[in-house]
Design a protein around this ligand. Structure first.
Ligand SMILES: [Zn+2]
Ligand SMILES: [Zn+2]
Length: 261
């Protein structure tokens, strides 16, 4: 029998850039034949950081309540878990820790969306890539990923090779491998994020070679569609499972912080 399939990277309209109610995401998961899902909406951050793209701190309780309502409605049919996609941005760790301590999360993704003040995955600011040295950019990015892994705040690293989103591939790859060493030492998993297949790069995060390097280091993979609308739930999971199994990788899910199987 194949293991139960979960989609563990999903958003809700509370972040301001997703559509569909939480119950519609849950219904989509059922329709896709999944065993469960874990909501991981963009967590609140200090008000000066990326505010239009996430729920506000005072909306956190509403988020928890909405997920609990879906949990109750789908009980016995679909396992519904409560998580967050957190941001790693130096200087915000105490705020993040405070939010993470406010509720009992099943799973917390740690993502790097900013290099300094540049939101590098925002299509609005894609021109900035032209004025950057790609090697330096990836070095800086993966140092931040290492910081996220070492922070002790997160269960997994979100969309590992995200700067490739618009097609700016990593010219060398050493920094990525070093970051994977740190991820393995820190005992984190990787968000195997199928959204990359919907972006210009047309590749999941992580790329096949990094999937192999992660598997060789014993790092587990958590399947996630990064859905921002219900029809994206479970997006290309068959391809994801193949890419992971092709390199002997293992798929994990999280239930309660610190426990996974
Ligand atoms: Zn988002
Ligand atoms: Zn993200």
């Amino acid at each position: 029998m194949s293991p139960p399939l979960f989609d563990s990277h999903l958003h809700t309209p509370l972040c301001g850039h997703a559509t569909g109610t939480p119950r519609e995401y849950a219904q989509a998961a059922l329709d896709a034949g999944l065993s469960g899902l874990c909501f991981t909406d963009h967590m609140p951050m200090p008000s000066w950081y990326d505010a239009p793209w996430r729920m506000r701190r005072e909306q956190l309780a509403q988020y928890v309540d909405e997920v609990a309502a879906v949990q109750a409605e789908f009980a016995g049919r679909l396992e519904v878990r409560l998580g967050l996609e957190a941001d790693f941005h130096p200087g915000t760790e105490r705020f993040v820790e405070n939010v993470l301590n406010a509720h009992d999360w099943d799973y917390v993704i740690g993502s790097v969306h900013y290099i300094g003040a540049w939101g590098f995955d925002n299509p609005e600011f894609v021109a900035e890539y032209d004025s950057r040295d790609l090697r330096g950019l990836y070095r800086e990015y993966y140092l931040l990923v290492e910081g996220a892994a070492k922070s002790g705040l997160f269960d997994s690293i979100g969309h590992l090779d995200l700067p490739k989103k618009f097609g700016h591939l990593d010219p060398d790859g050493y920094a990525a491998l070093h970051a994977l060493d740190v991820v393995a030492e820190s005992g984190l998993s990787l968000d195997f994020n199928t959204a990359g297949w919907r972006k210009p790069v047309a590749e999941a995060y992580p790329a096949p070679n990094l999937t192999r390097a992660a598997a060789e280091r014993g790092i587990g993979f958590v399947l996630g569609s990064d859905a921002h609308r219900p029809r994206e739930v479970g997006f290309r999971f068959t391809d994801a499972i193949k890419q992971i199994h092709d390199v002997g990788g293992r798929i994990v899910t999280y239930e309660g912080r610190g426990r996974h199987g």
